[in-house]
Design a protein around this ligand. Structure first.
Ligand code: NAP
Ligand code: GLV
Length: 311
């Protein structure tokens, strides 16, 4: 079947995928969203222009270049019967593991303080708290949360995960919590709280004043989910009160983070530019091609989300 695939983004230059398409599927008709023809049947995207999906009457598949699909579900013009797929990639999971292990150890082992002291030539040790005495909570125990939990548990951290439903097969040593009823107990034992939730109607604003009040005093917040999970002003107020001790943030409501945003100059906050992990072009194109073949064969798609749940 002849196909036309539209590469769409208002945030990044999607032409980085063209050499990979030329190598793996030279027969495909690939267009940038600025010249999307009405007969296009597939969109591969990261923050597509608003309304693009509704303008393509033959649309059969929307594929995210990312694990998150909130940039697609936010657009109500995706027809309800068109599948939306996310990327599933072991390398993406490794990247996320490396980032979160760095963020947890950076604070728990006081590297933030050592770096600050180095600028003044100060040689001073902090006591080492054994990993088993540092409790890490991971909100979101999906593809990425499970990989992170497993790695932190192997380092000896006291790890728990929180998900929507119960998880029967958690990595060794990881405690499971689920649902609103168990959220309080989960938070109360999270010296470091990692947000790896998808952004949905239910999780929007999850990281707010009420939640911070349920964490141990001085907790470290690590948000590698989405900016929409965090209520920015509540974070600043919780840091001011000492309810939170520090935050490491990789995702923001507005990206790039505006130059005058208070997070930039706050020494209690580490800001990284949404780099916790990425997927290379070969994985993206290979997964899209696999899904096109599966669409033709009528078999289940890789990474198809549940449109009702939003992830
Ligand atoms: P996933 O496999 O879809 O897992 C999502 C997890 O969140 C599941 O455990 C799910 O519970 C849980 N969850 C969803 N809604 C919930 C709710 N209302 N209450 C409690 N738990 C809820 O997602 P993933 O691949 O691990 O990725 C997670 C997110 O990470 C992505 O959506 C994206 O936003 C973010 N991300 C960020 C970067 C970065 O570079 N910063 C990179 C990749 C991904 P169940 O298991 O019960 O369904
Ligand atoms: C990146 O943020 C992703 O969702 O893959």
């Amino acid at each position: 079947m002849s196909r036309t695939i539209v590469l769409a983004s208002t945030q990044i230059d999607m032409s980085y995928l063209l050499p990979t398409f030329a190598k793996l599927a030279p027969e495909l008709d690939i267009r940038m969203h600025q010249e999307a023809p009405e007969h296009a049947d597939t969109v591969l995207c990261w923050h597509a222009p608003a309304g693009l999906f509704g303008a393509l009457p033959r649309l059969r598949l929307v594929q995210s270049i990312a694990a998150g699909v909130d940039h697609i579900t936010a657009d109500p013009t995706v027809p309800p019967d068109v599948p939306i797929c996310r990327i599933i990639d072991p390398n993406m999971a490794s990247g996320m593991v490396a980032y979160v292990v760095w963020a947890v150890t950076h604070r728990h082992r006081h590297f933030d303080q050592y770096l600050a002291r180095q600028t003044q030539g100060i040689w001073q040790e902090n006591p080492i708290v054994p990993t088993r005495l540092h409790r890490v909570g991971i909100a979101g125990m999906g593809v990425l949360g499970l990989a992170v939990a497993s790695a932190l548990a192997m380092l000896g951290y006291d790890v728990a995960g929180w998900s929507r439903g119960p998880k029967p097969d958690l990595p060794a040593g990881v405690m499971g919590y689920h649902g609103a009823g168990q959220l309080g107990d989960f938070l109360a034992r999270s010296d470091s709280l990692v947000c790896l939730l998808p952004l949905t109607d239910e999780t929007q604003g999850f990281l707010n004043a009420d939640l911070f009040a349920r964490l141990p005093a001085g907790a470290h917040l690590i948000n590698v989910g989405r900016g929409g999970h965090l209520v920015d002003r509540d974070l600043l107020a919780a840091l001011d009160r000492g309810q939170l001790g520090a935050a490491t943030l990789d995702a923001f409501t507005e990206e790039p983070l505006p130059g005058d945003h208070p997070f930039w100059r706050d020494r209690r906050i580490v800001v990284t530019p949404h780099i916790a992990t990425r997927t290379g072009p070969t994985v993206v194109v290979t997964q899209l091609l696999a899904n096109l073949a599966r669409l033709d064969a009528g078999t289940p798609l890789v990474g198809a989300i549940d449109r009702q749940r939003g992830y």
